[in-house]
Structures are given as structure tokens and as C-alpha cells.
Design a protein around this ligand. Structure first.
Ligand code: ADP
Length: 761
């Protein structure tokens, strides 16, 4: 009867082998797409399903069989008969599921033979019971049987019971059941109530508790299970109790193997790297893979049994997705790469491609859906980033093109009046008035050009983080006064009324006075430029705690709301048409913002829209200490009368530059010579012995630095005042010219002020 356990071993072995084969299969499919996943999962689930069916049938058959033997009641034979009728079919299903695996087929055949044998034994025992009755049966039954009388004393025990308890019949008969049948709980080691007492009390069949251990006479332990039932006489009176039990060591092992095999099968599903759900036909979650739980930060019990569309807090309740998933089973219509989002505090925002397909059962109508998720968050983020960069590059490129067009336009604009004025001067000859007005035009236009180039240089410095402030304690009123003075001529030309409310009390700032004046003058110039003739521009100041705010307000064209956030960006202009009347390069406000920020302040633009004027508010931290007034003479210098007669050498390879500067210096009463390269400059110096020399740095052949060094080497050269004339005004450029022996460094085009300071010193 040891064969009774064969089926468990076979079942366990069989299932493990199937699953190992399947695991290789499924693992191989890990990387493949939905359909392969679905087949693998389906096969694994189906084999498990078939095994569990066979197992269930055997259990049903045995339960019925034993119930009948113990009680003699034919109703117990019903489950037995029902199970034995389907065992054959269920084995057939296992056979067909492994049809491609000859090795597994052989195992299934062995399993089947074992089952047939067991069924035959049971059939024979049932038949014997019918023929010969209970007493004969207990000696031939494959389980241990002990019979007691009403007082619980042993009246008989079969050989298996003798083996398991370690008591021989002679010793056991007449003893109390507890003496021979010592049982306790496997986990708690507490002794378990004698089942016979309970049977006698209740008159019913009692099953032993799970995890019961029997201690044999020699002390050996083994797990057992089974039941006790009353024995009744013909009148139905209880005569005693029959206890049927069995050693379940092997079965336990087989069961454990089955459990391991099952969890192994589940772990195969888990090895599919993509998050995965198995849905039933009612769209409820049957199981969720470990990867799913990890990706979405949930536990399997949070999702299993729930409606798919309730998951992710309803984020996947999308009509189109619902429609598609509802069609998966009825129309065998898979869903492919449906993009869904998942947002949660635990995992943040994820973008996923959801696919769903029926799980393919061979020859059976699909009743489950496999849903997989492909996490494309990173890919999506990269795409968005690349798109943003591409857009930014495109935008920058467009702005650069527009800027170049604007720049060409802006540089050409002043050239026309300059050229016209020069013609006029040539034509009018001695007409002083006409000459003077032409000169004024040229001066204004040149000033405009210089300002454009200055702004460009400043922007370039800012972009390279090279702009440095020369900070000092300065009174705000003085800075405003100089800005207003610079902007007033434009206000007058534009016919705009400019009014200024100076700060109520003296306010000092730790600031670069020139740069700050540039900020206010830029804002004032803009206000004048973008206000119609007859309009008003007002500058007001206010103190707010440790901060001072300066507002430049106008009642001009205004700024549309959508432009306000971008108005300080480089090359931004509301009206980009080149025909607009008030040109500029679109860099003034960028400069304003950067300069204000360098001072630790902020600037804001306000406007109620086109036609409603604009308001720019600059906020700056006020300095704590009072300071003496700073002298800010930023206006054009007066060269007349400041210089005496000097011997001056002008060196520049640009003849026009050299000649015009020489002419101006001569007008001021100096003796001036010009040289157009370094060698000529040195030759001339030897004879001319200049007191002062303006030397361009970028000369062909010998550069300005070398000219300076060579002059300084001469005995007469030490006292010469050397002035570097250059387009470059960085710290580094100043340092290099000082090292080469220059006394001054003047950025071209030299303004009158700089020249006058040098000449008077
Ligand atoms: P621009 O050289 O074009 O004046 P800015 O950087 O100084 O360059 O100004 C950028 C744009 O902001 C201008 O082209 C103009 O459209 C708008 N803007 C600046 N100030 C004003 C203002 N006071 N009123 C209306 N629009 C203004």
C-alpha cells in the first residue's frame, strides 16, 4: 500500500519537471513582445491548472472512499464516483498540454498508471466492504486503524497502526487510547485532545487538526492526519469509536514540492521584466507581477481582485482605453502601445506604453487578458528635452537672423544723414550756419553709432560674464540727474514731456554710477522712443524699507500682455518690422536687467496693453551709510582752453582715424604728426620727440604694444605720455597695455571727455 503515496511523489515530480521546461521557455520569451509573453504565461498557468485539477480529483476520491469505509454510508461514495469519472479526462488534458515534450509524456503516463492502480485498490476495498463488512476491511485498508470501546479502551488495531504507534497488538489491547496514540501539535508542541472523547460526546465524525504529530512508543515522531468516527450497532447506538490515521510524511513532501513548484511557476511570470497583469474576463486583476508592484509602488493584495480601471486611482479610466480593453476578449483584438501616464507621490510621473492581449489557451476560448506596461519615461523625457533644445536652437537662430537684419539696418540708418551732411558741407562752402547744422547732425549720428556699438560690447561682456562694476557710494539723485541729462535731448526731439520727482530724502547706493545712469537713461530713452509726440514720461522714486524703487512711466504705445514676460530677453522687440519708426537692437532692456541684477536689484515691466503706456520699476538695495556727494560729470567735455601746445604723435593704420584725430588735436593748438604703422612711428619719434603719443594697438607688422616698448627703451621715451587706442576695453586689455608701458588706455572711438582728461593732465 506504499503505492498510496506514489501519486504525490509523481505529481510533485511531474509538475516540477513541467515547470522547469516551461521556465526555460518563458525565460526565453522574456525579451519578446506581448504575444510570446501571453503564450508563455498561458502555458504555465494551464499546466498548473491541470495539475491542480488532477490533485483535486484524487483528494475527492480518497475522502469519499474513506468516509464510506468508516461509516458504511453509501452517500460517501458519491464524491468518490464523481472524481473517478473525471480523473481520466484530466489526465488526458495533461497529456495534450505536454504533447510536444516526449519526456514529459512518459512522466504523465507513469503518473496515470499509478493513479489507475490506486483507483483499482480503492474499488476492491469498497467491494470487499460490501461483501464482508467493517472488520475485514480494517485489516486490509491501507491506513492505520484503531478501534476503541465506549470507555476509550483499545479493542483492536491493525498492523499499520501497530507500526505507526510502535505498540504490538498484545500490549495495546485494553489500554486507554491516550497511552498508545500520543499526539501533539507540530508547531506549539502542546498535546492535542483525544478525538475519541469528542466523537463519543458529539456522536459525529471528527477530523484531526492539521499539523498533528504522532509520537510512537520508541519516541519517533511522524506527521499524521485523518479522522475518527463513531461505530453504531444495528439500532444506531454508539458502540465505540474507530480512528483512522496515516503517516503523511511523503505527502507533506510532495505537497511542499507542489507549493514550491507553484511559487516557482509564479516566479517565472515574475521574471518577465515588463510589469504585467493577468485580468479575468470581468477585467478584474487575477495576478500582478513583482515588476508591476515595484513599478507602481503597490502590494499584490492592493490590486488583485480589483477592477482594472480602478487601479492607479482611476488614472487609466480613459474612454478610448476602456473601449479597446473591452474588445480584447470578445473580438480577440489586442491593444498595442497605448500611451498612459501614472502619477503618484511615491514614484513621481511615469509614462508607459500599455499593451493587452488575450492569453492564448490551446484549443480553448481565451478567458484571461495579459496586460503589459513598457516604461518609456526616460525616452519621453529625452524626447521632450531634445524637442525643447531644438526649439530653443531654432528660436535662437531665428532671433540671430532677425538681429543681424536689425543690426545692418540700425548701422546703416545713421550713415545716410552723415553722408548727406558731408555732401552739404562740401557744397555750401563757407556758409557757417549750414556747416554747423551738418556738423550737429553728424555728431548726433556718430553718437548714436557709438552707443549701438557700446551696447553690443556690453552685451558681449555680459554673455561672457566679463562685465564688472566699479562700485562706490553714490547718491541716487546724482545718478538720476545724469541719466535725465543724457536723455533730455531725445525727449525734446520726440516732443515728449519729461518730468522727474527726485528722491524725497538723500538716498545712497553702493553702485557703479556710470552703469546705473546707463540703466535709467536706457529706460528713459525707451519711454521717449515709444511715446507719441505730446506724450508724457515720468520718473519717480520711492523708498521701501531697505530698498529704493525707481519707476519710469510713460503714456505711450504700451506693451501687449503676452510680450511682458519676454520683454527683457535679448533681441526681443514688440514690433520687429524694420520699417518701425523707433529702431534699436533689442538689447537695451537685456542690459538694463543684467546691470540691475549685478547691483543686487530687480526690474519689472508693467503695462495694461497696447495703447495704455508702460511702467518699468527698478528695485535696488539702499546703502546704509551717508556719503559725500559724488561728482558725476558725464556730459561731453569742453576741450577748449584746457590744453596747451603739445607735440603729439598719432599712430593708426586707419588713415581716416589717424588724420581726423590729428586734425582735431591741431585745432586745439597742438603740433601733431601722424604715422600709419609701427616702424614709421618709431622713425618719426626719433626726430619729432613727441610729449604725447596716441598709438593704435592693432597695427600691421609691429603692433602697438611693441611700439610702446620700443619708445620706452629710448632715453627720451621714458617721459612720453603713451595712450593706447583700441577697440578692446576688458580688464585683461588694460593690463596688457599697462605692461607694455602705456599710461592710458582709451577705447575707440575716444570720447571728448577721455581726451580732454588726458590733454589737461
Ligand atoms: P530696442 O532697441 O528695440 O528699444 P530694448 O531692449 O530697449 O530694445 O526694448 C525691447 C522692446 O521692448 C522694444 O523694441 C519695444 O518693443 C519694447 N519697449 C521697451 N520699452 C518700451 C516702452 N517704454 N513702451 C513700449 N514698448 C517698450
Amino acid at each position: 500500500m506504499g503505492r498510496a503515496f506514489e501519486r504525490w511523489i509523481l505529481l510533485g515530480l511531474g509538475s516540477i519537471v513541467f515547470l522547469i521546461v516551461l521556465s526555460a521557455d518563458v525565460a526565453h520569451r522574456n525579451t519578446s513582445r506581448l504575444h510570446e509573453d501571453s503564450l508563455a504565461v498561458a502555458r504555465s498557468l494551464e499546466v498548473l491548472d491541470a495539475l491542480s485539477d488532477v490533485d483535486g480529483s484524487i483528494k475527492d476520491a480518497e475522502t469519499g472512499y474513506r468516509g464510506f469505509l468508516i461509516t458504511g454510508e453509501p452517500r460517501y461514495l458519491e464524491p468518490y464516483q464523481a472524481a473517478s469519472a473525471v480523473i481520466g479526462q484530466r489526465c488526458d488534458r495533461l497529456t495534450s498540454l505536454t504533447s510536444n515534450e516526449p519526456e514529459q509524456q512518459a512522466r504523465v503516463a507513469r503518473l496515470r498508471a499509478g493513479l489507475d492502480r490506486k483507483m483499482k485498490e480503492m474499488d476492491q476495498a469498497i467491494e470487499a466492504f460490501g461483501r464482508e463488512g467493517f472488520r475485514i476491511t480494517i485489516s486490509s485498508i491501507g491506513d492505520a486503524v484503531i478501534v476503541t470501546d465506549m470507555s476509550g479502551r483499545i479493542t483492536s488495531l491493525n498492523t499499520i497502526a501497530q507500526t505507526l504507534t510502535g505498540w504490538c497488538e498484545a500490549d495495546a489491547l485494553g489500554r486507554n487510547l491516550e497511552e498508545v496514540f500520543c499526539i501533539f501539535n507540530e508547531e506549539t508542541r502542546a498535546s492535542v485532545d483525544n478525538p475519541v472523547t469528542k466523537v463519543l460526546k458529539d456522536g459525529m465524525i471528527v477530523g484531526l487538526a492539521n499539523h498533528t504529530i504522532l509520537i510512537a512508543r520508541g519516541g519517533s515522531e511522524r506527521p499524521i492526519d485523518d479522522s475518527a468516527a463513531p461505530i453504531r450497532d444495528a439500532e444506531g447506538e454508539i458502540q465505540g469509536v474507530v480512528l483512522v490515521f496515516r503517516d503523511v510524511t511523503d505527502r507533506r513532501r510532495a505537497e511542499q514540492d507542489l507549493i514550491d513548484a507553484k511559487s516557482y511557476a509564479e516566479s517565472i511570470v515574475d521574471t518577465v521584466r515588463e510589469p504585467l497583469l493577468v485580468l479575468g474576463s470581468d477585467l478584474r486583476v487575477g495576478s500582478a507581477s513583482r515588476s508591476f508592484c515595484r513599478t507602481f509602488g503597490v502590494e499584490p493584495e492592493d490590486v488583485e481582485g480589483r477592477d482594472f480601471f480602478e487601479l492607479a486611482e482611476g488614472q487609466w479610466e480613459i474612454p478610448a482605453l476602456r473601449k479597446a480593453i473591452c474588445k480584447v476578449l470578445p473580438a480577440a483584438n489586442p491593444v498595442e502601445d497605448f500611451e498612459v501616464d501614472f502619477v503618484s507621490p511615491a514614484v513621481g510621473r511615469r509614462t508607459l506604453l500599455l499593451s493587452a492581449a488575450p492569453i492564448d489557451h490551446e484549443g480553448r476560448r481565451a478567458d484571461q487578458i495579459l496586460v503589459t506596461f513598457q516604461d518609456i519615461t526616460k525616452r519621453k523625457e529625452t524626447e521632450v528635452l531634445l524637442k525643447r533644445q531644438a526649439d530653443a536652437l531654432k528660436e535662437a537662430d531665428t532671433r540671430k537672423d532677425e538681429f543681424l537684419a536689425t543690426l545692418a539696418h540700425e548701422l546703416r540708418n545713421p550713415l545716410a544723414p552723415i553722408r548727406n551732411s558731408l555732401y552739404i558741407m562740401r557744397l555750401v562752402g563757407d556758409d557757417r550756419e549750414a556747416v554747423e547744422s551738418s556738423r550737429a547732425v553728424i555728431e548726433r549720428q556718430v553718437l548714436h553709432l557709438v552707443r549701438l556699438v557700446d551696447d553690443l560690447l556690453d552685451i558681449s561682456r555680459i554673455s561672457r560674464n566679463r562685465l564688472e562694476l566699479k562700485r562706490e557710494l553714490v547718491e541716487l539723485a546724482a545718478v538720476i540727474a545724469s541719466a535725465v541729462e543724457a536723455s533730455r535731448p531725445l525727449a525734446e526731439r520726440q516732443g515728449v514731456e519729461l518730468s522727474v520727482s527726485p528722491p524725497p530724502e538723500s538716498t545712497f547706493l553702493d553702485a557703479d554710477p556710470v552703469r546705473l545712469a546707463q540703466v535709467f537713461s536706457n529706460l528713459l530713452n525707451n519711454a521717449c522712443k515709444y511715446t507719441e509726440r505730446g506724450g508724457h514720461v515720468r520718473l519717480t522714486t520711492a523708498r521701501e524699507g531697505g530698498e529704493v524703487s525707481i519707476a519710469v512711466e510713460d503714456d505711450g504705445v504700451g506693451i501687449p500682455a503676452e510680450m511682458l514676460p519676454r520683454i527683457f530677453d535679448m533681441f526681443t522687440q514688440v514690433d520687429r518690422s524694420l520699417e518701425r519708426s523707433q529702431g534699436g537692437l533689442g538689447i537695451g532692456l537685456t542690459l538694463v536687467r543684467r546691470l540691475v541684477e549685478l547691483h543686487g536689484g530687480s526690474v519689472e515691466a508693467q503695462s495694461d496693453g497696447l495703447g495704455h503706456g508702460s511702467r518699468f520699476i527698478v528695485r535696488l538695495p539702499a546703502a546704509v551709510k551717508e556719503a559725500p556727494k559724488c561728482d558725476l560729470d558725464l556730459g561731453a567735455g569742453d576741450l577748449s582752453g584746457r590744453s596747451g601746445k603739445r607735440r603729439i604723435l598719432v599712430v593708426d593704420d586707419n588713415h581716416d582715424s589717424a588724420d581726423s584725430l590729428a586734425r582735431m588735436l591741431r585745432v586745439l593748438g597742438n603740433e601733431v604728426r601722424t604715422a600709419y604703422d609701427g616702424a614709421e612711428a618709431l622713425d618719426l619719434s626719433n626726430t619729432f620727440r613727441p610729449e604725447l603719443a596716441f598709438v593704435d594697438i592693432g597695427l600691421p607688422g609691429m603692433n602697438g604694444y611693441d611700439v610702446s616698448r620700443r619708445i620706452r627703451e629710448q632715453p627720451w621715451g621714458r617721459d612720453v605720455t603713451l595712450v593706447a587706442l583700441t577697440g578692446w576695453g576688458q580688464e585683461e586689455d588694460h593690463r596688457r597695455s599697462t605692461e607694455a608701458g602705456f599710461d592710458h588706455h582709451v577705447v575707440k572711438p575716444a570720447d571728448f571727455d577721455a581726451l580732454s582728461r588726458i590733454l589737461t593732465n
